[in-house]
Design a protein around this ligand. Structure first.
Ligand code: 5RP
Length: 225
């Protein structure tokens, strides 16, 4: 079985009856959604909070009941993918452009479970370009401010060369900071720039990780939890 399917389904098995579940975005979460759909058809009662329009669409397809983030007090468990993960459980997310809602849902979650195939494990973050969601107004100026922090950036484009637009009607800059030596500081510095809405660094989010080690599914718990 594909690594993404193994970790995606393993996470779905952590979901218990009556839970409010944060539903992440991406090709790994696809398998979680599919498995949750089949558990729901067997009688599991859950409410899902989707991190993207695409995930909401898939959840409807798999008949997972949905609720809005604002309508719940908290999320019991959020399950999401990652683009990179370092040994300290710091993440880069947002390859699929859903980082803002993903971070909002992670913040509301009592437990966050990251599902990552072995290609996502890195010693230092930054090989994957860091996605930063920005408002379209004056975006070039926002890009210049980011450059002053030491990063180069590229506006994410769609296949027709028009700017990629997020579910929140914003743009994404994919930023190259080479290897990120201080993710906590960079996360804060980026978010201080007017025009930046959110960035894809997830630092100090209490996270459990399901990944593949020596061809086996393994769960690691963040001891900072
Ligand atoms: C989307 C994300 C995804 O979780 C991340 O890109 C991983 O995706 P995949 O499971 O397809 O590798 O952050 O914004």
């Amino acid at each position: 079985m594909h690594q993404k399917q193994l970790v995606g389904e393993a996470a779905a098995r952590l979901v218990e009856n009556k839970m409010v579940v944060g539903l992440g975005s991406g090709s790994t979460v696809f398998y979680t959604l599919k498995k949750l759909g089949s558990l729901v058809s067997e009688g599991l009662h859950i409410q899902g909070v989707a991190t993207s329009d695409k995930t909401a669409e898939l959840a409807r397809e798999f008949k997972i009941p949905l609720v809005n983030l604002g309508a719940v007090e908290h999320i019991d468990i959020a399950i999401d993918g990652a683009d990179e993960m370092d040994p300290y459980f710091n993440l880069i997310k947002g390859g699929g452009g859903a980082l803002l809602r993903e971070k909002m849902i992670a913040k509301a979650a009592k437990r966050m479970v990251i599902i990552a195939d072995s290609s996502k494990n890195v010693e230092k973050l930054g090989g994957f370009l860091l996605p930063v969601e920005i408002i379209p107004f004056g975006w070039e100026m926002t890009a210049r401010h980011i450059q002053r922090l030491g990063g180069s950036s590229k506006l994410r484009l769609r296949s027709d060369n028009k700017p990629y637009v997020t579910d929140n009607k914003n743009y994404i800059l994919d930023c190259n900071f080479n290897f990120i030596t201080n993710p906590a500081q960079l996360e804060v510095s980026l978010n201080m720039i007017p025009g930046v809405v959110e960035n894809g660094l997830f630092v100090d989010v209490p996270t459990d990780v399901i990944t593949i080690l020596n061809e086996n599914v393994k769960m690691f718990q963040n001891l900072k939890n």
